[in-house]
Design a protein around this ligand. Sequence first.
Ligand SMILES: Cc1cc2nc3c(=O)[nH]c(=O)nc-3n(C[C@H](O)[C@H](O)[C@H](O)COP(=O)(O)OP(=O)(O)OC[C@H]3O[C@@H](n4cnc5c(N)ncnc54)[C@H](O)[C@@H]3O)c2cc1C
Length: 471
Amino acid sequence: MTVVGAHGERRSGIAAARGIFAGPDDPAYAEAARSSDLAATTLRPAAAATARTAAEVRQAIAEAVRSGRPLLVLSTGHSAGMIAPVAEDAYALRVALDEPVTVDPARGLVRIPAGARWADVVEVTSAVGLAVPHASSPSVGAVGYLLGGGLSPYGRLFGVAANNVVSATVALADGSVRTVDSEHDPDLFWALRGGGGGLGVVLAVELLAVPATGVMTGMTVWDADAAGAGVARAWWEWTRTAPREATTSLRLLDLPDLPGVPEPMVGRQVLALDGAVLPYGNDVDRARSVARRMLEPLRRLAEPILDTWRLDGLTATTTTRVDPRGRGRTVTDAFLLREGGHDMIDRWVESAGPASGSELVVAELRQLGGAFADDPVFAGAFGAVAEPLAAFNAGSASSPAATDASRGDLLRIRGDLRRWITNRTVPTMIDDPGIPRRTFGLETEAYVENVRRDVDPRGLFRLDVRDPKGL
Ligand SMILES: Cc1cc2nc3c(=O)[nH]c(=O)nc-3n(C[C@H](O)[C@H](O)[C@H](O)COP(=O)(O)OP(=O)(O)OC[C@H]3O[C@@H](n4cnc5c(N)ncnc54)[C@H](O)[C@@H]3O)c2cc1C
C-alpha cells in the first residue's frame, strides 16, 4: 500500500517559452529568491526560478550551463544567510516539486520530494504509525536538512538523519537524472549524505521510518535565576547514562512576546529542557518511565514555571519546542563540545546565564551521544558525531546596536568554552558564513571532492559547496 500526502497541489509553472529564469524585475524572481530566514539576508542572484517538476529542474540546469553562470539550489531558503554572500553572480533555483510525500508502511520507507518540509512528511508518516528522523521545526526543508547530515530530536535512536536515507534521485550537471543507492553509484550516494552539497539537484529521497504510534515529548521551563547551575548540572549528569530513545536539549532562552511563545517565558531569561522519548518497540510505559526518571529529580531542584511533557501523537515533536531560529533577524554561532565535567556546565551557565548579562535569545546545548556517535558501515559522508554536545547560540540582529551586542555575547561564550570546543562542526547548525567550520578530515574531504569532480567537472554547483577548504 502506498499512502499519499497532500503536498502535491499543482501551482503555476514558469513559462518555458521565455526561459525558466526570471530577472529581478519579474514577480517570479521574488518568489523564487524569497528567503524564509529573516535573519540575514535577502538573496540577490542574477536570475531566479522555481522548479515544480523534474523537467523544469533539467531545463534550469541546461539554461544555467548555457549562461556560463553557477547554479545555486534551495528549497525553503532557511539557509539564506549562508547562500546570500555568494548569490550575486549565480542563477538560483528553488526546487518545490508538485509531488506528494508517499509512504510504504510495509517496507518502512517514505519518499520525500524536494521542496517538502518536515511538516508535510510527518503528517503522512504519523498517520500510518511511522516515525522519521525529522528536524526540530516543521518548517525545515527535508532535503536540505538531510544533505547536511541532520540532527533530529530522535537522533540518539536514529543516528545522523542522513544515514537513514536509502536512495536519492538527483539531476546532475550534464542533465541526466540518476537514482543512486548503496548498489547504484554508491560513491555519489555516499557523498550526497552529508558531503557538503554541490553535487546536483536532488529531486527526491527515500528515508527509513520506524514503527511508533506515540511519543513522550514536551518542555520543562524554569526561571533561569531560580534554576541556577543545579538543574543544568543534574541534566548533564543524566545525559551520561541516558537511554537512546531519549534526545533532549537544554536552552537558556530570552524571548520577546512573539506568537507561539508561551506567556510565562516572555521577557525573562528561562532555562528550558525539551526533547522527545520515542517509545522503542512501541513500549509506551518504558518511554513514560524514561521521561519521569529524567524529569523528576530536576523538578525537585527548582519549581518549573511551565511543564508540558506528555504522551502525544508523533506530529507533536515538530512543534513541542519554541524555536527562535527563523523567527527574527539573528546572528548565530555553533560548535561541538567534547566531554567535560561540572566545570564545563558551570562555565556555560556563567557565560550565558542570568549573571552574565548576555542578551542572546538562545544559548543551546543539544544532547548527542547514543546512535549519533555510531558510525555504521552504511553511513554517508557525514558519518557520526563523536562529541556529546552541540552548542547553538543566537542573538538579535534587529538593529546595528543589537547586532554588535549579540556578536559580543557570541564571541565571549565561544571564548569562555574554548577548552571544550572541538575543531569539527555540524553543517546544518552553521547559519553564518563567518563561523569557523569543518565537517571532515582531509581524507573524506578529498574523497568527496573526487566524487564532485566526476559528476560536476565544470563546477556548475560550486557555490553550493558548504564546507570550503582552509577553515
Ligand atoms: C527553525 C529551524 C529549526 C532547525 N532545526 C534543525 C534541527 O533540529 N536539526 C538540524 O540538523 N538542523 C536544523 N535546522 C537547520 C536546517 O537543517 C538547515 O538550515 C537546512 O539547511 C535547511 O534546509 P532547507 O532545505 O530548509 O534550506 P535551504 O536554504 O532551502 O537549503 C539549504 C541548502 O541545502 C541544499 N539544498 C536544498 N534543497 C536542495 C535540493 N533539492 N537539491 C540540492 N541541494 C539542495 C542547498 O545547498 C541549500 O543551500 C533548523 C533550521 C531552522 C530555521
